[in-house]
Design a protein around this ligand. Structure first.
Ligand code: TRP
Length: 323
């Protein structure tokens, strides 16, 4: 009988950083900004799950269908008795698709939230009795030394969700380079990295995906302000800000903003921040790639695009990178 592995191991480099400090800093800049990693508190995670179900937001269902459809080929790439390392413990539905077909010896989810990891680990331990689960609490964007799982034959990284697009290209290359190092790089033990990438497409389609009719994306974006009110006692008037998310076809990215509808000031931790009418707070970018531009990005990070799987409409790509 396997014991239930609910011990979350904190890796070096873990630091829950301070929402207040980052917000004060971001709102003091000439171009105001709020770092996007603060989207995902409990309410933000709930709203993001709702985004993933929206008719306009094709990404989640397209990637999930690609995983289901190509799992046997992916399994051949990864090989038996391996270890899967997931950067950011995401949707259980996606990892289950891999676990069912790849049948790895171990699964190592890395996530900043120990509570979230605990939940994921408990659920999977019950569903996959023979699986060696090794939850690591760490910021997956940091340089992490992840020791290979004893007894596993090789390992593969998994980074779904198109999250790579939320990093500027230079930062994305740095992240891919660090993931390569964490997985063992040129070492034969490192089989590769399976990564989800949202593709360049019709701007109208992209616009709709980030400006849904039901307003869930707007609520998700504004949750940053709501969170500042809840956790830090700020006094943002949520109705006085508009969600604005245009697609920039030259830079090939969706740019997310919160725009002050009228002149106003907000108080946060005893400091006053003034907003001119129409002034924008930048919250996130979502960069889109072509298969070629992504291959180039990967190459800058020491990876080779060895295989790719796309849906019939070329909306989304699952890329398999090798060292
Ligand atoms: N990773 C998601 C993406 O880029 C995040 C996201 C979806 C998002 N919709 C959003 C971020 C709206 C901010 C606002 O698609």
């Amino acid at each position: 009988m396997m014991d239930t592995p609910c011990t979350v191991v904190p890796l070096a480099g873990t630091r829950e950083d301070d929402f207040a400090q980052c917000l004060l800093h971001g709102l003091s800049r000439p171009q105001k900004e709020i770092p996007c990693k603060y989207f995902y508190d409990e309410e933000g995670s709930r709203l993001f799950d709702a985004i993933c179900e929206l008719p306009e937001y094709y990404q989640t269902r397209t990637e999930t269908a690609l995983l289901a459809r190509h799992a046997p080929e992916i399994a051949r790439r990864i090989g038996p008795q391996s270890e899967i390392v997931e950067f950011g413990a995401g949707a259980l539905k996606k990892i289950r698709l891999l676990l069912d077909v790849v049948r790895p010896r171990g699964y190592t989810p890395i996530d900043i939230s120990g509570d979230y990891l605990m939940g994921v680990t408990r659920t999977l331990a019950a569903e996959y009795p023979g699986l060696n689960l090794r939850p690591l609490a760490a910021d997956f964007t940091a340089a992490l030394a992840v020791p290979p799982l004893p007894g596993a034959h090789g390992r593969a990284g998994f980074f779904p969700g198109g999250t790579i697009g939320n990093f500027r290209p230079e930062a994305a290359a740095g992240l891919l380079r660090r993931m390569r190092a964490s997985l063992g790089g040129a070492n034969a033990h490192c089989k590769g990295l399976l990564i989800g990438v949202d593709l360049v497409k019709d701007p109208a389609r992209l616009h709709a995906a980030y400006n849904d009719a039901a307003g869930v994306t707007a609520a998700f974006n504004k949750n940053l302000l709501a969170r500042a009110n809840r956790e830090l006692g700020a006094d943002f008037d949520l109705d006085a800000f508009a969600h604005y998310a245009p697609y920039n076809p030259v830079a090939r990215r969706v740019e997310m903003y919160l725009v002050a509808q009228a002149r106003q000031s907000v108080t946060l931790r005893g400091r006053r921040f003034d907003f001119a009418a129409g002034e924008a707070v930048h919250t996130e970018d979502s960069h889109k790639y072509t298969p070629d531009s992504f291959a180039e990005l990967a190459a800058n990070a020491g990876w080779r695009l060895a295989e790719q799987w796309r849906d019939a409409e070329d909306l989304f790509m699952l890329a398999w990178l090798e060292s």
